[in-house]
Design a protein around this ligand. Structure first.
Ligand code: AMP
Ligand code: ZN
Length: 430
């Protein structure tokens, strides 16, 4: 089902023409109202009237998260203060947050994009959405909330954590869909198992939207299997409204990125040059309709690639692959580079491995991977655990070319964060 079939299935040529008009308008607004962009564009030697084709986007300067921090609190605002309707911040790991402003129109457009995403996954009026994301400065919960209301769903603003209460709400109000981080979804599945709740028998759950942090196909499969649902990957970032930037349709083969609102590029994260279509690299987004705080060529740091082939669902907006990590997430251990997702990919395929893990780096380059085993997979025999441990060590070594110390720990013993999961703790003394 479509929210806006005309736009979602627009011919590529018409979509490109629309993007060009919006790009020109965005660049003009940035140069007129944002001193930062006026100066950056001058330095790059580009004037708004020189943007004549979509290719000309490459002439524009990049915007980085360091720029957002330097312009904190409101250096990037492009409208008069009276038109600001909402403030969110982006979950930064260090230092100042990034302030993200929305106009009234931005709030509406963000909700509209969520409405497209939700209908794309087959929910409809009458569905009950339990929103298990953090309400507050984080965009994840509120933007989803507004979009789900727009579709006409009954929305339960549950927030994260407190699994007992989540279960109570789910039972009493017959929740059919939930929205959570993948790590919380797995934790919750574990919780149900410990409680002896069989979601297929005892709950009305059919679907879940999982996002806000990287996760692998194996993790999705685990969530789906444990809960008996369809899980859809949801991608977004506060700088571009939050959730609703790209989302899976029922085909579940990559996420449609709404190209009438965002212009995407994939670049080589080191050189900054565009990658050929289909090649993996860093996703760069230019907002095409944001009023309060438009951003030109924002470097997301997220690694993905564009799927150029048309999708069987009929939508013409191109898809991006599941995010495989962030260019600044890459770990270098004993001279070898890899992404934490590679570890997850290996772990989630091993039978007997539970739902949570934690990588700790200490000393010079000591790497420990703590892995929860499953209650079901452990029969009390220590040598079975030792075998599992050795098996995991070997598989990890084959994948990341570094031999970590693997520690098996009981289910539920590793910390679960309410917001985004912290999978790697780096305490090295380098
Ligand atoms: P925030 O600005 O706090 O909303 O965080 C946005 C970041 O979360 C993105 O730039 C990604 O790194 C990450 N993220 C969000 N959704 C996903 C997803 N579905 N898969 C992988 N990473 C994601
Ligand atoms: Zn599709």
């Amino acid at each position: 089902m479509f929210w806006d079939q005309r736009v979602e299935t627009m011919e590529r040529a018409a979509l490109a023409a629309l993007q060009l008009r919006q790009l020109q308008d965005t660049v003009r607004r940035c140069s007129e109202h944002v001193a930062f962009y006026r100066q950056k564009c001058a330095e790059a030697g580009v004037r708004p009237e020189q943007i004549r084709t979509l290719e000309d986007v490459h002439r524009l300067p990049f915007t980085t998260s360091a720029d957002l921090r330097a312009q904190y609190p409101d250096g990037l605002v492009a409208v008069d203060r009276q038109y600001l309707a909402r403030l969110h911040t982006s979950s930064g790991t260090t230092g100042k947050p990034k302030a993200i402003f929305f106009s009234r129109g931005d709030v509406d457009r963000a909700a509209e994009l969520i409405a497209r995403c939700l209908l794309m996954t087959g929910v409809r009026r009458g569905d009950v959405l339990q929103n298990m994301m953090t309400y507050g400065l984080f965009t994840g919960a509120l933007v989803m909330h507004y979009g789900a209301e727009k579709v006409g769903l009954l929305v339960i603003p549950a927030g994260p954590g407190n699994s007992e209460r989540q279960l109570l709400l789910m039972r009493d109000f017959s929740t059919t869909v939930f929205h959570a981080t993948p790590s919380y979804a797995l934790y919750f599945a574990d919780f149900l198992e410990r409680k002896g709740v069989d979601p297929r028998r005892d709950l009305a759950l059919r679907k879940a939207y999982v996002g806000a942090e990287p996760h692998t196909e194996e993790t999705r499969a685990k969530i789906e299997q444990a809960l008996g649902i369809d899980a859809y990957n949801s991608y977004g970032l506060s700088e571009m409204n939050g959730p609703g930037v790209a989302f899976e349709c029922e085909q579940k083969r990559g996420m449609h990125l709404w190209e009438d609102h965002f212009l995407m590029e994939i670049i080589d994260p080191v050189s900054g040059t565009p990658q050929p279509e289909g090649e993996r690299g860093e996703l760069v987004l230019t907002s095409l309709t944001r009023e309060a705080m438009p951003l030109l060529r924002y470097r997301t740091r997220d690694i993905t690639s564009i799927i150029p082939e048309p999708c069987a669902c009929g939508r013409t907006h191109r898809r991006i692959e599941r995010i495989t990590g962030r260019s600044d997430d890459m770990l270098i251990v004993r001279g070898v580079n890899f992404y934490p997702q590679q570890i997850e990919q290996v772990l989630m395929k091993v039978p007997g491995v539970g739902r949570n893990y934690l990588v700790t780096l200490r000393g010079l380059d000591e790497m420990t991977v703590q892995v929860e085993f499953t209650e079901a997979g452990f029969d009390g025999q220590v040598d079975h655990l030792v075998r599992l441990q050795n098996q995991i060590t070997e598989k990890l070594r084959a994948e990341i070319l570094v031999k970590p110390k693997v520690e098996l720990v009981p289910p539920g013993s590793l910390p679960v964060s309410e917001g985004k999961a912290r999978r790697v703790i780096d305490q090295r003394v380098l």
